[in-house]
Design a protein. Structure first.
Length: 178
Protein backbone atom coordinates (compact mmCIF):
# COMPACT_ATOMS: atom_id res chain seq x y z
CA UNK A 1 0.00 0.00 0.00
CA UNK A 2 3.02 2.27 0.39
CA UNK A 3 3.13 2.63 -3.40
CA UNK A 4 -0.53 3.66 -3.44
CA UNK A 5 -1.05 6.18 -0.61
CA UNK A 6 -4.43 7.42 -1.93
CA UNK A 7 -5.78 3.88 -2.07
CA UNK A 8 -4.43 3.22 1.42
CA UNK A 9 -6.24 6.38 2.59
CA UNK A 10 -9.53 5.16 1.05
CA UNK A 11 -9.22 1.72 2.65
CA UNK A 12 -8.41 3.23 6.05
CA UNK A 13 -11.29 5.70 5.77
CA UNK A 14 -13.71 2.88 4.93
CA UNK A 15 -12.38 0.74 7.80
CA UNK A 16 -12.67 3.65 10.22
CA UNK A 17 -16.22 4.48 9.09
CA UNK A 18 -17.53 0.88 9.08
CA UNK A 19 -15.46 -0.88 11.76
CA UNK A 20 -14.13 1.90 13.97
CA UNK A 21 -11.72 0.64 16.60
CA UNK A 22 -13.31 -2.77 17.18
CA UNK A 23 -11.69 -5.91 15.83
CA UNK A 24 -12.66 -6.73 12.24
CA UNK A 25 -14.79 -9.83 11.63
CA UNK A 26 -15.30 -11.91 8.49
CA UNK A 27 -18.93 -10.76 8.33
CA UNK A 28 -17.70 -7.16 7.85
CA UNK A 29 -16.49 -7.97 4.35
CA UNK A 30 -19.92 -7.32 2.76
CA UNK A 31 -19.88 -3.78 4.23
CA UNK A 32 -16.36 -2.98 2.98
CA UNK A 33 -16.68 -3.00 -0.83
CA UNK A 34 -13.64 -0.83 -1.57
CA UNK A 35 -11.41 -2.80 0.79
CA UNK A 36 -12.64 -6.06 -0.76
CA UNK A 37 -11.97 -4.66 -4.24
CA UNK A 38 -8.40 -3.72 -3.23
CA UNK A 39 -7.76 -7.26 -1.94
CA UNK A 40 -9.16 -8.80 -5.13
CA UNK A 41 -7.22 -6.42 -7.37
CA UNK A 42 -4.00 -7.19 -5.49
CA UNK A 43 -4.54 -10.90 -6.11
CA UNK A 44 -5.46 -10.32 -9.76
CA UNK A 45 -2.49 -8.15 -10.57
CA UNK A 46 0.03 -10.20 -8.55
CA UNK A 47 -1.03 -13.45 -10.25
CA UNK A 48 1.12 -15.32 -7.70
CA UNK A 49 0.61 -18.75 -9.27
CA UNK A 50 0.57 -17.99 -13.00
CA UNK A 51 0.47 -21.64 -14.16
CA UNK A 52 -1.46 -24.62 -12.83
CA UNK A 53 -1.56 -28.23 -14.00
CA UNK A 54 -4.56 -30.36 -14.80
CA UNK A 55 -5.17 -33.68 -16.51
CA UNK A 56 -7.91 -34.06 -19.10
CA UNK A 57 -10.71 -36.37 -17.92
CA UNK A 58 -11.84 -37.18 -21.47
CA UNK A 59 -10.80 -36.68 -25.07
CA UNK A 60 -11.37 -33.05 -25.98
CA UNK A 61 -10.87 -30.73 -28.93
CA UNK A 62 -9.75 -27.26 -27.87
CA UNK A 63 -9.34 -24.46 -30.42
CA UNK A 64 -9.03 -27.04 -33.18
CA UNK A 65 -6.47 -29.21 -31.35
CA UNK A 66 -7.23 -32.76 -30.21
CA UNK A 67 -6.18 -33.49 -26.63
CA UNK A 68 -6.30 -37.14 -25.54
CA UNK A 69 -7.87 -38.20 -22.22
CA UNK A 70 -5.23 -38.24 -19.45
CA UNK A 71 -3.03 -35.57 -21.04
CA UNK A 72 -1.45 -33.14 -18.59
CA UNK A 73 -2.21 -29.55 -19.54
CA UNK A 74 -0.80 -26.37 -18.01
CA UNK A 75 -3.35 -23.53 -18.10
CA UNK A 76 -1.78 -20.09 -17.92
CA UNK A 77 -3.97 -18.44 -15.26
CA UNK A 78 -2.26 -15.09 -15.68
CA UNK A 79 -3.60 -14.95 -19.24
CA UNK A 80 -7.13 -14.69 -17.78
CA UNK A 81 -6.15 -12.38 -14.90
CA UNK A 82 -4.49 -9.96 -17.37
CA UNK A 83 -6.81 -10.46 -20.35
CA UNK A 84 -7.39 -7.15 -22.15
CA UNK A 85 -10.89 -8.23 -23.19
CA UNK A 86 -11.85 -8.82 -19.52
CA UNK A 87 -10.17 -5.98 -17.64
CA UNK A 88 -10.29 -2.25 -18.34
CA UNK A 89 -6.67 -1.75 -17.18
CA UNK A 90 -5.22 -5.29 -17.17
CA UNK A 91 -1.63 -4.34 -16.31
CA UNK A 92 -2.37 -1.61 -13.75
CA UNK A 93 -3.55 -1.64 -10.15
CA UNK A 94 -7.19 -0.61 -10.55
CA UNK A 95 -9.58 -1.64 -7.72
CA UNK A 96 -12.52 -0.30 -9.76
CA UNK A 97 -12.31 -3.57 -11.72
CA UNK A 98 -14.35 -5.00 -8.82
CA UNK A 99 -16.77 -2.11 -8.21
CA UNK A 100 -19.95 -1.13 -10.01
CA UNK A 101 -20.88 2.47 -10.79
CA UNK A 102 -22.41 2.81 -7.28
CA UNK A 103 -19.27 1.58 -5.51
CA UNK A 104 -20.73 -1.85 -4.71
CA UNK A 105 -18.46 -4.90 -4.93
CA UNK A 106 -18.99 -7.11 -7.98
CA UNK A 107 -17.73 -10.62 -8.64
CA UNK A 108 -15.93 -11.19 -11.92
CA UNK A 109 -15.90 -14.54 -13.76
CA UNK A 110 -12.37 -13.85 -15.01
CA UNK A 111 -11.06 -13.60 -11.43
CA UNK A 112 -9.44 -16.99 -10.82
CA UNK A 113 -6.39 -16.60 -8.58
CA UNK A 114 -7.05 -20.03 -7.01
CA UNK A 115 -7.47 -21.80 -10.38
CA UNK A 116 -10.84 -23.06 -11.58
CA UNK A 117 -13.03 -26.10 -11.88
CA UNK A 118 -12.89 -29.26 -9.81
CA UNK A 119 -9.15 -28.85 -9.31
CA UNK A 120 -9.32 -25.36 -7.81
CA UNK A 121 -7.49 -24.83 -4.53
CA UNK A 122 -9.38 -26.69 -1.78
CA UNK A 123 -8.26 -24.07 0.75
CA UNK A 124 -9.64 -21.13 -1.21
CA UNK A 125 -12.37 -20.25 1.32
CA UNK A 126 -9.94 -20.31 4.24
CA UNK A 127 -7.33 -18.36 2.28
CA UNK A 128 -9.86 -15.64 1.34
CA UNK A 129 -11.02 -15.33 4.94
CA UNK A 130 -7.49 -15.14 6.35
CA UNK A 131 -6.34 -12.69 3.70
CA UNK A 132 -9.28 -10.42 4.50
CA UNK A 133 -8.69 -10.54 8.29
CA UNK A 134 -4.91 -10.10 7.93
CA UNK A 135 -5.12 -7.23 5.43
CA UNK A 136 -7.84 -5.30 7.24
CA UNK A 137 -6.20 -5.76 10.65
CA UNK A 138 -2.91 -4.41 9.32
CA UNK A 139 -4.49 -1.39 7.65
CA UNK A 140 -6.72 -0.72 10.63
CA UNK A 141 -3.64 -0.37 12.83
CA UNK A 142 -0.78 0.81 10.60
CA UNK A 143 0.05 3.30 7.86
CA UNK A 144 2.64 1.92 5.44
CA UNK A 145 5.20 4.26 3.91
CA UNK A 146 8.52 3.91 2.12
CA UNK A 147 11.55 4.36 4.38
CA UNK A 148 12.98 7.87 4.75
CA UNK A 149 14.67 9.06 1.57
CA UNK A 150 12.71 6.68 -0.70
CA UNK A 151 9.74 7.83 -2.79
CA UNK A 152 6.71 5.72 -3.72
CA UNK A 153 7.94 5.71 -7.33
CA UNK A 154 11.19 4.05 -6.26
CA UNK A 155 9.42 1.01 -4.79
CA UNK A 156 9.89 -1.83 -7.27
CA UNK A 157 6.84 -4.10 -7.45
CA UNK A 158 8.30 -6.29 -10.20
CA UNK A 159 7.93 -9.90 -9.07
CA UNK A 160 10.80 -12.35 -8.86
CA UNK A 161 10.20 -15.20 -11.26
CA UNK A 162 10.17 -18.80 -10.13
CA UNK A 163 7.60 -21.55 -9.78
CA UNK A 164 5.53 -18.80 -8.16
CA UNK A 165 5.81 -15.04 -8.55
CA UNK A 166 7.25 -13.52 -5.38
CA UNK A 167 7.58 -9.85 -4.45
CA UNK A 168 11.02 -8.30 -4.66
CA UNK A 169 12.37 -7.52 -1.20
CA UNK A 170 12.21 -3.91 -0.07
CA UNK A 171 11.92 -2.02 3.18
CA UNK A 172 8.76 -0.31 4.43
CA UNK A 173 7.83 1.64 7.52
CA UNK A 174 4.74 0.60 9.46
CA UNK A 175 3.58 3.58 11.51
CA UNK A 176 0.97 2.92 14.17
CA UNK A 177 -2.41 4.59 13.59
CA UNK A 178 -3.49 4.08 17.17
Amino acid sequence: MAKYPKIQDQVQEELSRVIGSRQVQVEDRKNLPFTDAVIHETQRLASIIPVTSHRTSQDVTFQGHFIKKGTTVFPLMSSVLHDESEWENPHSFHPAHFLDKDGKFIKRDAFMPFSAGRRACPGEGLARMELFIFFTSLLQNFRFTPPPGVSEDELDLTPRMGLTLNPSPHKLCAVSCI
